[in-house]
Design a protein around this ligand. Sequence first.
Ligand SMILES: [Zn+2]
Length: 414
Amino acid sequence: MSGSNQRIDGKRLWDSLMAMAEFGATPKGGVKRLTLTEVDKAGRAAFTGWCEALGLTMRVDSMGNMFARREGRDPSRLPVLMGSHLDSQPTGGKFDGALGVIAGLEVMRSLHELGITTEAPIELVNWTDEEGSRFGHSLMGSGVWTGVYTQEKCYALADVEGVTVSEALDAIGAKGSIPAKPFPADAYFELHIEQGPILEREGKQIGIVTGAQAQVWYDAVLIGQDSHAGTTPPSARKDALVGAARIITLVDEEMRARGEDGRGTVGQLHVLPSSRNVVPGEVRFSIEFRHPEDAEIKLLADTFPAKAQAIANEMGLKLELTELFQIPAQPFDPSCVDLVRQAAARNGFSAREIISGAGHDAVYVARKVPTAMIFTPCKDGLSHNEAESILPEEAEAGCQVLFEAVVARANRAL
Ligand SMILES: [Zn+2]
């Protein structure tokens, strides 16, 4: 193999991934490590121990975001950040999030073992509550850190048992004294599993992530009239579910009209009154569109509501469509992306450019700090699933790219 003779230790990386997967291990081979629980606390403690064993200095901010710092040669330089998240979905896998944090740990261990001192300091980050599965709000730690959300609002969010984020942070001792807000940093790199099928399908080892998609999300309520299934003839029906079906088909058509870059999903549907012999009088459903280009999302936001309204009108239904938000596309920093590209090429890894289909901490961090992401393939594109699976050599390749990109950035000439 070509590339740097400074290699990360793939076996040590894998062993540590498996060790972290013990915290919240499920019988089906997955992980349940919900944010700010006792299990998360134990995982955080292990992570802290591993970092401190390398002489790294730990800081925890008021959202529980953890930063493990390794000093550089030049104290005036801004730190290069790398990381991801250690929390998981309730039926999550071993690698979503954990890969980026544990690979960052392996980068730190390799620097330590190889006796490398970089010019700039390097900090390894574990962002709190990326998944949003406990408090219903994803990307919380990085969102507060970057100022997308206020801490006050996030502190007040409660889980199903009524425990607030603020209480949960206190309960596991994760509420640090330093404020969760951006500090000057030179760059941020995040390694993550793709959570989709593209790399695997094309036999690529590395995804060079160039940015994240633009999105528009809606809540839809379609109102018709409950009526007897047996006595209401077609001419008298105001069937909200049939209307919803037509709007769902419209969402799919809008997506497919945009080729392989299109995304359009109705993932939630509540049918009322949900009785088998009542024509449904009301349907509540979610709609979201995503696309790499802002212009396409803007076009959808401008035209989709009227098309959906036309369907409702034609069927004598009332449509309430609420736009929840529009997020612009987030391009990553070209110079950071290029370091990922160069590291993959130096090692002879097969690679392709890719747009992130999912939300990631890096997407918010990119608003404040020059950012890039590295994707590795995952089996069958499966994630948020206990069967989530990657190969040790895939983790190793991703970690080697992370290592080389971070070191190159930390040593760059200013
Ligand atoms: Zn993740």
